[in-house]
Design a binder for this molecule. Structure first.
Ligand code: UDX
Length: 438
């Protein structure tokens, strides 16, 4: 198949590269000339483990190319994927669909022969209908079908999630489009990945429902963590105890400072808005959003308690800035809320993150960035772990004890326990495990 992907960001670049790795011929299109020039030069503008090698091998095989020219790439394509950003609209939380609609208009003008136009971006229910209307209005003679095919990629694990999906969801009604999409995903289909065909609107809702449920599941265990602290239970054992019930499942039950990222915060809000617009509010998700926002900010109280009640004038060393490990993405990272709250209380923040500091520097003020955990811990009154990078899983507490102003560890990802830190004389604060605290 000849596939064109509009938008070479986290979703478009990974999807296009993996389609090429399936053996399809893929053109990735983006308006950002510098991004396309970097990609043509073998430079990957995002941090995604394994992507650089995959891009290089498929470019070398002649199956993958990059361009800013949309029209030619659309004209020759059998399938055009729209993978442009759908950020939260300023102020009201609805998804901003301006990039999707602009792409639809440009695609319409260049359609030649039967073409399947696929919305891969996360778009509210009904967007496919609007994309179809725009294309038909722009080019009444075009022979095309609009299909929904949401992505379920986790940053940091996107290639694995694309190549070994739990399912592929395709929203369509037309038989020609169905055979094209079956061909597009044949390598996965042959690997027994379930190909779920449904209506376009149902497919659009599945994406939001999936992310909202995961966000709710995380928020559930975060609330259970607070309850565990109040009643003297251990939230990790609670998670294990309920997670062994295969109706619940063990994943996404790690209590922490709250969820962040480019998806959960945006998609939960967009679903809430869609539901409100249709007078069928999703109150569980409304509550999930407010609990999560409040939780991120409240983590600064844990830090203040750990240093004796007041962080004013104290140096706090923050380990981990990105919203999760193995990404450079700072979007809606809990670290941003926690750092702001600590600075509002007068703390001096030093921070280290293996990949996120460039982005963090654009999103924070008065933060001093260091080259590793030990540099930022010098003379610090507390060391706070916010993101569970592997680099933070075997810290030398003997060395930290010597360099810090006070041996205080606040572990918001429950990486450690009292056994690992007590012998070095550290006090230990964590999430939902009061018996581990010292
Ligand atoms: C998510 C969905 O997992 C993915 O399927 C969808 O396509 C895009 O959104 P992503 O946002 O990349 O992926 O990261 P994910 O691994 O889901 O984590 C999201 C947030 O939840 C992170 O801040 C993470 O720290 C947090 N989280 C995750 C927890 O706090 N506890 C958990 O147990 C799991």
């Amino acid at each position: 198949m000849l596939i064109t992907v509009i938008g070479s960001g986290y979703v478009g670049l990974v999807s296009g590269t993996c389609f090429a790795d399936f053996g399809h011929d893929v053109i990735c299109v983006d308006k950002a000339e510098d991004k396309i020039e970097k990609l043509k030069g073998g430079q990957i503008p995002i941090y995604e483990p394994g992507l650089e090698e995959l891009v290089a091998s498929n470019v070398k095989a002649g199956r993958l190319s990059f361009t800013t020219e949309l029209s030619d790439a659309v004209r020759t394509a059998d399938v055009v994927f729209i993978a442009v950003g759908t950020p939260s609209r300023r102020g009201d939380g609805h998804a901003d669909l301006s990039y999707v609609y602009a792409a639809a208009k440009e695609i319409a003008a260049s359609l030649d022969g039967f073409t399947v136009v696929v919305t891969k971006s996360t778009v509210p229910v009904g967007t496919g209908d609007e994309v179809e209307r725009i294309i038909r209005e722009t080019n009444p003679d075009a022979d095309f079908e609009v299909v929904s095919n949401p992505e379920f990629l986790r940053e940091g694990a996107a290639i694995n999630d694309f190549k070994r999906p739990d399912r592929i969801v395709v929203g369509l009604t037309d038989e020609r489009a169905k055979s094209v999409m079956t061909e597009v995903y044949r390598p996965l289909y042959l690997n027994r990945a379930p190909l779920v065909f449904t209506s376009r609107r149902t497919s659009e809702l599945i994406k939001y429902a999936g992310n909202a449920f995961l966000a709710m599941k995380i928020t559930f265990i975060n609330e259970l963590a607070d309850l565990s602290e109040a009643v003297g239970a251990d939230v990790q054992d609670v998670a294990r105890g309920i997670g062994l019930d295969n109706r619940i499942g063990a994943k996404f039950l790690n209590a922490g400072p709250g969820y962040g990222g480019s998806c959960f915060p945006k998609d939960t809000l967009a679903l809430v808005k869609t539901a409100q617009d249709h007078s069928s509010p999703v109150r569980l998700i409304e509550t999930t959003c407010s609990i999560n926002d409040q939780r991120k900010r409240s983590m600064s109280k844990k830090v203040a308690e750990a240093v004796g009640g007041d962080v004013r004038g104290k140096k706090i060393a923050v380990l981990g800035l990105t919203f999760k490990p193995n990404t450079d993405d700072m979007r809606d990272s809990p670290a941003l809320s926690i750092i702001q709250a600590l600075q509002d209380k007068g703390a001096e923040i030093h921070a280290y993150d293996p990949e996120g500091m460039d982005s963090a520097a654009q999103l924070t003020e008065h933060v001093t960035f260091g080259s590793d955990a030990y540099e930022i811990a010098k003379d610090a009154h507390a060391l706070v772990i916010i993101t569970e990078w592997n680099a933070f899983r075997a810290l030398d507490f003997g060395r930290l004890k010597k360099d810090m102003a006070a041996p205080v560890l606040v572990d918001l990802r429950n990486i450690y326990g009292k056994d690992e830190v007590a012998k070095y004389g550290f006090s230990y604060t964590c999430v939902g495990r009061p018996d581990q605290e010292i």
